[in-house]
Design a protein around this ligand. Structure first.
Ligand code: IMP
Length: 429
């Protein structure tokens, strides 16, 4: 048996991965982030308190869990320190953090370059989180980046000086103030000295732990439709958010990945720009606002209101294909209680043709019209139900329709924000 479970956002992120990761992390020995950086925002409700994590893995509150930032992560040292300080204030030590020596370091100039890039795109802007994610991955691909092993080494000062000369040229070119080397170097060096003991060879660590039969939980960030290769390009993030990213972002090979759980909301949301075929617009806009308020659909990182739409089974089928999901976790089902009718998109129509997956060309995708199946809703409050069979019949019909369209079983149903407001149909780990 493979003791590894991956939690992957199935659509455009914000599906509620934090809750499921937190629930599963109770049984895990390790919790691992493999991609992205502090653009992610995971809300964790723990012992009645709410925590917002951006970079730290969700197992950080349990000293018995090893929390790993894998090689695929772009790590902002200042953001990391801020989060570590916050959890310390809340009484957690944070000593159970292991940072890959191969992870890419994200600096302040990356954030500025992110903002510059967005400004330059004007009306075609991506709507990034402005956390510097794209520029940090760009530097990695062009082999200009500083990695964690360099950041904590004695060579950091020289490496940073060289990188900053080039980046300051760019900043000045676009009318920004250059960053003062000495001040910023001192700030980073102070952080490097603190985190040095945490920077290790996580590839060996993870493979050793796997071989010992330890339970490893992979905590995905963002979602499959924001994947740099498979998402709604260019309105995507800069990493591989799909299950394949686990291997390249951690150093654990494909045959070692066991369960792959797609986290999917009972409706769909998206933040930032880009096509969203099932978005509730025009005469459905008011309903979208009601769902936004009920589901607290505001970005954890940027606080932006999320765009709201109907369940998109065409996107989900595509997502199930590229991720090879072994199960789905259906989130925020309680938010739909009280709706008379609920719609599910089963395919798109484009130029008189039926499409069962998003198209590669963004302009084509923007022209796709969703085809809907309409289902009867349910009135009952489901937030205290803990057994699948006790859910209202129409609610079960809705779940089963999703299963048949997507072709993957719903193994977890979430009926409220608290950890215990969860229906488990298959135990993991
Ligand atoms: P970036 O990752 O900051 O470059 O942003 C690129 C796109 O991904 C934008 O549309 C963001 O809104 C979106 N995005 C990035 N991180 C998240 C997330 O954690 N949840 C949802 N959307 C995200």
């Amino acid at each position: 048996m493979k003791n590894t479970v991956a939690v992957i956002g199935a659509c455009w992120g914000d599906e509620g991965k934090g809750k499921i990761t937190n629930y599963l992390s109770e049984k895990a020995d390790l919790v691992v982030r493999v991609q992205g950086g502090d653009n992610a925002g995971h809300t964790i409700v723990f012992n009645g308190n709410t925590y917002k994590l951006h970079l730290l893995p969700s197992g950080i509150f349990d000293p018995n869990i090893k929390n790993v930032l894998g090689n695929g992560v772009v790590c902002n040292p200042k953001g990391l320190m801020q989060e570590l300080d916050e959890i310390k204030k809340a009484g957690f030590e944070g000593k159970n953090l292991y940072i890959s020596d191969r992870a890419t370091v994200l600096f302040d100039f990356h954030k500025e370059l992110d903002a510059i890039h967005e400004e330059r795109l004007g009306t075609r802007k991506i709507g990034t989180t402005k956390k510097g994610i794209g520029p940090a991955y760009t530097d990695k691909a062009s082999r200009d980046s500083i990695r964690m092993c360099d950041f904590v080494s004695k060579d950091f000062k020289d490496l940073y000086r060289n990188v900053l000369i080039a980046k300051n040229d760019e900043l000045v070119h676009f009318g920004h103030e250059p960053i003062d080397f000495e001040t910023s170097y001192q700030e980073y060096q102070r952080i490097a000295d603190i985190i040095r003991p945490m920077v290790v060879d996580t590839v060996t660590l993870l493979n050793d732990e796997y071989n010992l039969g330890k339970k490893i939980l992979f905590e995905g960030a963002q979602g499959a439709m924001l994947d740099i290769d498979f998402g709604t390009f260019p309105y995507v993030t800069s990493s591989n958010t799909i299950s394949g990213g686990i291997c390249t972002g951690s150093g654990l090979g494909p045959s070692k990945i066991g369960e792959i759980i797609g986290i999917t909301k009972a409706y769909t949301t998206r933040v930032g720009e880009g096509p969203f075929p099932t978005e509730m617009l025009n005469d459905e806009e008011e309903l979208g606002s009601i769902i936004r308020e009920r589901g607290h659909e505001y970005g954890a990182t940027t606080k932006r209101p999320r765009r709201v739409g109907w369940y998109d089974a065409a996107v989900m089928k595509y997502s199930a294909n590229i991720n090879a999901f072994t199960g789905l976790s259906l989130m925020l089902l309680d938010v739909l209680s009280g709706l008379k009718k609920i719609k599910i998109c089963d395919y798109y129509e484009l130029d008189g043709k039926k499409l069962f997956a998003p198209c590669a060309r963004i302009d084509d995708y923007a022209r796709c019209k969703p085809h809907y199946i309409e289902m009867d809703g349910w009135d009952e409050d489901i937030s205290s139900i803990r057994e699948y069979d006790k859910l209202p019949l129409n609610c079960r019909k809705y779940i089963e329709k999703i299963e048949s369209l997507v072709g993957v079983k719903v193994i977890i149903v979430s009926v409220g924000p608290d950890k215990n407001q969860t229906i488990i149909r298959k135990e993991l780990f």
